[in-house]
Design a protein around this ligand. Structure first.
Ligand code: SAH
Length: 329
C-alpha cells in the first residue's frame, strides 16, 4: 500500500497523527483484508477509508495448492497479472516473489521469459505479495523471502531497494532470511555490494563457458562471464559473504565433461563461490533435463567443491523455478 495519499487525507481531515501509524501497523500485520475489519478505528473512518483507498495493490484471482507449495495469481490495479509462490518446507514459510510482470531476458529454459516484459512492479506490489501470503496463513507468517519469481530484480532496482527496506523495517524480516537471484546485471552487482547488507546474493550461472551461457541466456552477451566474475570478486571482498551460483542441468546444452571442467575451474577462482545444482524443471518448448546429475555430483565431490542440490518443489502445480507464466494478460 502507498501511504502518501492516505497520510495526506488523514491530515486534511484533522485525524490525530497516531491514526496513520495505527493503520500501518494493522496493514503490515497481515491480519486484515479490508479497512472495515479494523475494529480499533472509529467506524466512520473505516467506512470512509474503505470507499477511498484500496488496502492492497494486488487482488487474488486464483490459488493452486500443491503438496508443500501453493501458487497464487494476483491481479494488479491495471489488470495485469503476476504469480507468487509460498513454500512450506524446512523450518520457515518461504515466499518466492516476482519483481516484474513478465521478464525481458528471454532465457531459453524459463517460462517467464516467453511473456516478454510488460512492466516493473512497484515497491507496494512487491511487498503486497508477502502481506498477501501472511494474510492467507495468519497467524503463521512468511519467515524467508526469495526474489526468484517472475522478472529480473536488478532491472527494477529502485523499487527493489524500497521493497527491501519495507520488508526489513516493517515486517522485521532479517537480511539473512532474504535472497535475491539475478541473471547477472553487472552494474547492479556493484550497487548491491555497496548496500553493505547481509541479504544473500544468488547468480543464475548455468554455464561457465561464455558461448554456452550466451546461448542459454541472451543477457550474457551484454555482461560477459569475465565481467561477472570481476563484479562478484568485488562483492565478496566488500561483504565477505558467499555467492550462490544456480546451475540447472540441461541435456546436451551445459552438461558435458567440458562444461563440468569449466564449472570447476570457475568455482575455484574464489573461495566464497558456492554452487547450487538444480535439476531442470520442464516447461513447454523448453530444454530437456540432463541425465548426468549424478556424474556432476560425483566429480564435484572428487574435486572438493562444496555444493548442494536444489530439489525443486511445486512441479505438479507449475510453481517451480522457471515455470511461472501468465498468458491471459
Ligand atoms: N531473473 C532472476 C530471478 C528469477 S529465476 C534470475 O535469473 O536469477 C529464479 C531461478 O530459477 C533462477 O536461478 C533461474 O535460472 C531458475 N530457473 C529458470 N528456469 C528454470 C527451469 N526451467 N528449471 C529450473 N530452474 C529454472
Amino acid at each position: 500500500m502507498d501511504f502518501t495519499e492516505l497520510s495526506n487525507y488523514l491530515v486534511e481531515k484533522s485525524f490525530p497523527a497516531y491514526r496513520l501509524r495505527q493503520i500501518q501497523k494493522n496493514y503490515f500485520s497481515g491480519r486484515y483484508s479490508s479497512f472495515l475489519e479494523m475494529s480499533d478505528l472509529p467506524l466512520g473512518l473505516r467506512t470512509e477509508l474503505d470507499q477511498k483507498f484500496p488496502l492492497f495493490s494486488v487482488a487474488v484471482k486464483n490459488i493452486l495448492k500443491g503438496d508443500s507449495s501453493q501458487k497464487a495469481v494476483l491481479e494488479l490495479s491495471d489488470g495485469l497479472k503476476i504469480e507468487t509462490v509460498l513454500m512450506d518446507y524446512e523450518q520457515w514459510l518461504t515466499a518466492c516473489v516476482s519483481t516484474q510482470v513478465g521478464c525481458p531476458l528471454a532465457c531459453t529454459f524459463c517460462a517467464t521469459g516467453k511473456m516478454g516484459l510488460k512492466r516493473n512492479l512497484t515497491a507496494s506490489e512487491i511487498v503486497d505479495q508477502i502481506i498477501f501470503w501472511n494474510h492467507q496463513v495468519y497467524p503463521k507468517y512468511v519467515g524467508r523471502i526469495v526474489f526468484m519469481g517472475m522478472g529480473e530484480p536488478f532491472l527494477n532496482w529502485d523499487n527493489l531497494v524500497n521493497s527491501l527496506q519495507i520488508l526489513r523495517n516493517e515486517l522485521k524480516i532479517g537480511a539473512r532470511k532474504i535472497s535475491i537471484s539475478t541473471a547477472g546485471v553487472v552494474p547492479r552487482i556493484y550497487d548491491f555490494a555497496n548496500l553493505d547488507t547481509e541479504i544473500n546474493l544468488a547468480i543464475s550461472l548455468h554455464s561457465a563457458d561464455q558461448i554456452t551461457r550466451e546461448e542459454m541466456m541472451p543477457i550474457a552477451k551484454q555482461y560477459s562471464l569475465t565481467d561477472l566474475a570481476k563484479a562478484l570478486d568485488y562483492y565478496t571482498k566488500k561483504t565477505n559473504r558467499q555467492v550462490f551460483f544456480e546451475y540447472l542441468l540441461a541435456k546436451d546444452v551445459n552438461d558435458s565433461d567440458y562444461h563440468l571442467d569449466q564449472l570447476i575451474e570457475f568455482l575455484r577462482t574464489n573461495k566464497l563461490f558456492y554452487l547450487n545444482l538444480i535439476p531442470l524443471n520442464p516447461i513447454k518448448g523448453g530444454l530437456t533435463p540432463s541425465p548426468r546429475l549424478d556424474i556432476f555430483q560425483k566429480e564435484l565431490v572428487k574435486n572438493n567443491i562444496d555444493f548442494s542440490v536444489r530439489h525443486s518443489i511445486g512441479q505438479s502445480i507449475n510453481s517451480a523455478c522457471g515455470q511461472l507464466i501468465v498468458n491471459d494478460q
